[in-house]
Ligand binder design. Sequence first.
Ligand SMILES: [Cu+2]
Length: 474
Amino acid sequence: MTFSRRDILKSTGASLSVLALPVLAQSRDAGPFKLRASAFPQTIRPGVRTDVWGFNGSVPGPVLRFRKGEIARVALVNDLPGDASTTVHWHGIRVPNAMDGVPQVTQAPVLVGQTFNYQFPVPDSGTYWYHPHQMSFEQVARGMFGAIVVEEDKPIEVDRELVWVLSDFKLDAGGRQVQDFGRMQDLGGGGRLGNVFALNGRQTGRDNRIMVRTNERIRLRLVNTATARIFLLDFRGQKPMVVSYDGQAVEPHPLPQGLLLLGPGMRTDLVLDCEGSPGESFAVIDRRDKGYQIATVVFDKKPPARPRPLRSPMQIEPNRLPEPDPSKAIEHFIVFEGGMLGKPAIGLVDGKALKVPEIMQDHALTWTMNYVAEHEHAMLHTPMFNFRKGEHIALTMINETEFEHPMHLHGHSFRVLRVNDRPTQFRPWRDTVMVSPRGSVQVAFVADNPGEWMFHCHILEHAAGGMMGTVAVE
Ligand SMILES: [Cu+2]
């Protein structure tokens, strides 16, 4: 049984009102889409209204759906309060540089009252997301994010598709957002963690029930939009299969150690063949934070969707990414140092060597990449590396800090070749990769997209605290 695009959209909208996300972009000829950034109240925790910032009046913003190869046209309208300028970055999509949404680097910030028209071809299918790159540690924390789905030419066979946007919010007793963005202890520590976990903008928990049919096949598109929280999801008793990381197909495989690690900025598509008896249920919990419950999946008492699970292939048709050849790749290294624990680091700020405590005091920076602490989107930055267009690059990140860093490269996807000096099993394509404390990761890619591209930690407080740089492709 296959479902048409229309059926899938209908069922995502109708399946569960609590978790259903508004769908905006649906069709090629629907014309340019408008994303209006503004402040508004939303119920995140049951019973209270929270003032959030977001797109088109909802957190998360609408799911933008495109087809592979389509030209995306999105008008960003800035109606944020005060003088909050903003931009939109299309995380993971290999856009032309001028459309990348990075203030000072690829465009001027969009001022309140202004509109900016984004237009770019969408080269790859997969799960992506959008968010501002201006004051992102504050604007994303307030609720400015949404998912992007780029459909494959020939989608894999599923009954239903669900988009789960995971985030967290820091609320006070009255349900207001705590206004403590950019504190030094968050910049130099584990980032600013919320106290309310949210799934599609609503507090998660036991009562978040998702009804499924026995032997139904669900494609779950998971996006972590939190500024700092790392999720480690356990689908208790179920055996979901990973079919893509960061929008790119991977050989279908069970979750490593049965757990899904989802750091800030990362996405994973799972295929879940719901195996259980009608009336049973299972919990989805976060193993990182005291087994916090994300949702309860309940098997409908109706007869099974089919007598036994589907056996049709789960392999997604891969995107055509330029294949890096490690034997001819030029090697580069990046060392991360600093933060509040571990050995004191020395870093260059504006060309001057300082100890990290001084850098913290005088410049509010705490991290270094290759011994440089970089101001967010500094006007006077120099790229960390200059690549020639078409060059094959092997990049090794060495984490000399006591913290995890999900590192994100703009404009390109890379193959993850080695983690902690061991070859990876599937050499997955990613655009955001977790580097563990005292660990290392080697990635490879072809630098084929011209322009100056951000390379930064996606714990957005770390980015604001110095883990932000650029690479140039000429
Ligand atoms: Cu980091």
